[in-house]
Design a protein around this ligand. Structure first.
Ligand code: WTA
Length: 651
C-alpha cells in the first residue's frame, strides 16, 4: 500500500514539473487556439454568457434579463422561453441532419442499435405522448431507474419535451434509496426496465421499483422497458410495458416552449448528512452551460467527431455529457450498456476501434483499472481515431495521466481534466485543449465565464498554495437550490464564506496559477468518482439490529481513489460478521456504498468530549503510524485498531 499512496497522493502532485502544450497538429484545426474567449469573458461575463446562449441555443422567445442575481439565487435569461428537447432533436432534423447517427448503442451481450436524430425525435415524441396519456403534466416529477439503454435518454428527453422534471436514480441504488427519492420528489411515475446486462448476467431492476412503490404512496404508474427478459411481477393497472404503450402512438408531439427557469430535473446527491439532496437544475441556463462546455472543452467538430462518455445516465456526467450537451450540439455518440471487462478486458478499446471514437471521456478510477490490466489490452486494437481524451470525477494522479496520454492517446491527444459537480451542472475548471498547456494532474484554469478563487479558513484569498475552492460569480448551469430545502441550500453552499459558493473541495494554486484539485474537505467520500457521505453509510450500519455505533471514513485506495472503511461497535450480546454488515449497507444504499472493510471493535477513538476522531481512523485505515493520542479518552483502542488493520493488510 505505502508505495501506491505516493503515486495517488498529494506529494506526487507537488513535484510534477512536466508540461504539455497543444501540438501544432491539434492547433491547426482547433476551435480556440488563443486567449480570446478568456479575454472576452473577463471583460463582461454576463455578456459573454448571453452571447453563448444566443449562438448555441434556439429560443422561442428572447429573454429580457440576462442575469438576475440575488445571492444565493440566480435567474438566467429571465423572460426567455425554449424547449430542451427541441434543441436536442428537432432543430437538427429541421437542419437536414435527420439521418445523422445520434447514438451507436451497444448492449453488453454485443447487440447493437444505430439511432439517428430522426429516429430519436420520433421515439421521444411518441413517448412524450405516452406520458401525457398517463396523466403526466408540466411540473409533475418522473423517476427514471434504468440500465444504460437508449430508452433512458428517450425518457429524459420526453420529460423535457412536456416540461415534467425527471429524477434519474442510478440503477445500482437499492429500493430503499429509490423510495427515499420518490418520497422526497413526490413522483407520479417510474420509468424502469425489467433488468439490464452487467458482467454477463441480467440484473433485475423491476423488483426494486416494486418495493419502492410499496414503501411510498405517490406513484400512479410504472412503465417497464423489456430489456433483460427476466421474469417480473405485475401490478395490473399500475404497470405497463413500454413497447405496448408505444404501439401505434403518434410521432407528432410539438415541443412546448418552457420558461428559462422551468425545472428541468432533480438529481439527488450525497451531502454531509444522511439525507440526499435533490439538486435542482433549470432549462435555459443549464442548456447553455452544457452546450457551451461540450463544444469548447471537447473542441467539438460535429461533422466528424464520435464522442464517447463512459458515465452512466444516473449521474450528472451522464445527464450533461451523454444526453443534453452532446445532443444539443448535434453530435454522434457511442453509448454502451455494460462493464469494461466483459467479455474481455479490452471491451472499451474494441468499441473505440469499431466506431472510430474520436473523443473519449472517462474517470480516473477507470484509467487506473486499465493500467492494472496492462497496455496489451488497448494494444490489441486500432485507437488511431482518438484525438482528445478527458477525465472527470476525482483528482487524477500524474502517473495515471501519463499512462492515459501515452498508452491510450499514443502521445497525440490532449487531455482535459475537467472539474465540476452535480451542483455546477457542467464543467467549470478545465483546459481548453487547443489553447492550454497542460500539466499532468492539474485541471489547470477556470473556463472562460467561470470565476474561482481559493480562500483560507478566514476567507482570505490565497494567491499561491493550498485553500478551499470557491466560486465567486454565478454561472448559468448552477443549481437553483435543493428541492424543498432552501435552508440547507443556504447552509451547505453559501454560509461558510461570505458571498462565495463553497464547493467542498480543497485545492492548490501553483506558482504558474494552475489549479490542482485535492479532493473533498468535508465528510463526503469519493469512491470511483461516486459521491458517498460517511453519515449515510453510518446510518445504514446502525439501522442493522446488531449495531450500536458506527464510524465511517474514506481511506486512500490505489484504484478507486478512496475506499469505504467502517468501524462498528456491536450491541451487547449481538452478533454479526463483517460480510453481513457489508451486504446490509449494499441493501440499504446500493452496491456502490458497500464498505471495503468493516472492523468490529469494542470501542472507537473519541475525544474527551465524546467526538469520534475520524482523522485518526483514516490514519489507521491508511496504515499510518499514529502520533499523539493523548487527547483520546482511551488511547489503547488505537493500538487495537491498528493491529486489526495490519492483520487485514496481510489478507
Ligand atoms: C470531485 C461529478 C478532482 C470533486 C462531475 C467534486 C474532481 C465531486 C474532478 C463532484 C476533477 C470531480 N478533479 N476532483 N477533475 N471532478 N471531482 O457531484 O470532489 O458526482 O466536488 O460530479 O467530484 O462529484 P459529482
Amino acid at each position: 500500500m505505502a508505495e501506491h499512496e505516493h503515486t495517488t497522493g498529494i506529494e506526487a502532485l507537488a513535484n510534477e514539473q512536466r508540461t504539455f502544450p497543444p501540438t501544432e497538429q491539434f492547433k491547426a484545426s482547433t476551435l480556440v487556439a488563443g486567449t480570446q474567449l478568456y479575454e472576452e469573458a473577463a471583460q463582461n461575463d454576463e455578456a459573454f454568457w448571453a452571447r453563448q446562449a444566443s449562438e448555441l441555443v434556439h429560443w422561442d422567445t428572447e429573454w429580457h434579463t440576462t442575469l438576475d442575481w440575488q445571492l444565493p439565487y440566480a435567474k438566467w435569461f429571465d423572460g426567455g422561453t425554449l424547449n430542451v428537447s427541441y434543441n436536442c432533436l428537432d432543430r437538427h432534423v429541421l437542419a437536414g441532419n435527420g439521418d445523422k447517427v445520434a447514438f451507436h448503442w451497444e448492449g453488453e451481450p454485443g447487440d447493437k442499435r444505430t439511432i439517428t436524430y430522426q429516429d430519436l425525435l420520433d421515439e421521444v415524441s411518441q413517448f412524450a405522448n405516452v406520458l401525457k396519456g398517463l396523466g403526466v403534466e408540466k411540473g409533475d416529477r418522473v423517476m427514471i431507474y434504468m440500465p444504460m439503454i437508449p430508452e433512458a435518454a428517450v425518457a429524459m428527453l420526453a420529460c423535457a419535451r412536456i416540461g415534467a422534471p425527471h429524477s434519474v436514480v442510478f440503477g445500482g441504488f437499492s429500493s430503499q434509496s429509490l423510495a427515499d427519492r420518490i418520497d422526497d420528489a413526490e413522483a407520479k411515475i417510474i420509468i424502469t426496465a425489467d433488468g439490464g446486462y452487467r458482467r454477463g448476467e441480467v440484473f433485475a431492476l423491476k423488483p426494486a421499483a416494486d418495493e419502492a412503490c410499496e414503501k411510498t404512496s405517490s406513484i400512479e404508474h410504472v412503465v417497464v422497458v423489456k430489456r433483460g427478459g427476466n421474469d417480473v411481477e405485475w401490478a395490473d393497472g399500475r404497470d405497463h410495458w413500454y413497447h405496448e404503450l408505444m404501439d401505434g402512438v403518434s410521432t407528432d408531439c410539438p415541443a412546448e416552449p418552457m420558461e428559462a427557469e422551468h425545472l428541468l430535473f432533480l438529481l439527488y446527491t450525497s451531502g454531509t448528512t444522511g439525507k440526499p439532496k435533490g439538486i435542482m437544475h433549470t432549462t435555459g441556463g443549464y442548456l447553455t452551460h452544457v452546450t457551451y462546455t461540450h463544444k469548447y472543452v471537447f473542441d467539438l467538430q460535429p461533422e466528424n467527431d464520435v464522442f464517447w462518455c463512459t458515465a452512466d445516465v444516473g449521474w450528472i456526467t451522464g445527464h450533461s455529457y451523454i444526453v443534453y450537451g452532446p445532443l444539443s450540439n448535434g453530435c454522434t455518440q457511442v453509448m454502451y450498456e455494460g462493464v469494461p471487462n466483459h467479455p474481455g478486458n479490452d471491451r472499451l478499446w474494441e468499441i473505440v476501434d469499431e466506431y472510430g471514437v474520436t473523443i473519449f471521456y472517462t474517470a480516473p478510477t477507470a484509467i487506473r483499472t486499465f493500467m492494472k490490466w496492462g497496455a496489451d489490452e488497448p494494444d490489441k486494437h486500432d485507437l488511431s481515431s482518438l484525438r482528445l481524451l478527458g477525465t472527470v470525477g476525482e483528482p487524477i494522479n500524474p502517473e495515471a495521466w501519463m499512462w492515459y496520454h501515452d498508452v491510450i492517446g499514443k502521445g497525440n491527444c490532449p487531455i482535459v481534466d475537467t472539474w465540476w459537480q452535480t451542483e455546477t451542472g457542467g464543467i467549470m475548471i478545465s483546459p481548453l485543449p487547443g489553447a492550454t498547456t497542460t500539466k499532468p494532474g492539474s485541471a489547470t484554469f477556470p473556463l472562460p465565464g467561470v470565476s474561482a478563487e481559493l480562500v483560507d479558513d478566514e476567507a482570505n484569498v490565497v494567491p499561491v498554495g493550498g485553500g478551499y475552492l470557491t466560486l465567486t460569480r454565478p454561472w448559468p448551469g448552477m443549481l437553483r437550490g435543493i428541492w424543498r430545502d432552501p435552508e440547507r441550500y443556504q447552509e451547505t453552499y453559501w454560509s461558510r464564506f461570505p458571498d462565495r459558493y463553497f464547493a467542498g473541495d480543497g485545492a492548490k494554486l501553483d506558482d504558474d496559477g494552475y489549479l490542482w484539485l485535492l479532493g473533498r474537505v468535508d465528510d463526503v467520500m469519493n469512491v470511483s468518482g461516486h459521491r458517498i457521505s460517511t453519515t449515510e453509510v453510518e446510518s445504514a450500519l446502525v439501522s442493522h439490529p446488531s449495531v450500536a455505533e458506527a464510524a465511517v471514513v474514506g481511506a486512500t485506495d490505489a484504484t478507486t481513489g478512496q475506499a469505504v472503511f467502517a468501524y462498528v461497535i456491536l450491541r451487547g450480546g449481538a452478533d454479526a460478521d463483517e460480510q453481513t454488515l457489508r451486504n446490509h449497507v449494499a441493501g440499504e444504499i446500493g452496491a456502490i456504498a458497500k464498505p471495503k472493510r468493516v472492523f468490529i471493535t469494542p470501542d472507537l477513538p473519541k475525544t474527551r468530549s465524546g467526538k469520534i476522531m475520524r482523522r485518526l481512523l483514516r490514519d489507521v485505515a491508511e496504515g499510518r503510524n499514529i502520533g499523539d493520542t493523548t487527547t483520546l479518552a482511551d488511547a489503547s483502542i488505537v493500538d487495537e485498531l491498528q493491529s486489526k488493520a495490519a492483520a487485514s493488510a496481510d489478507d
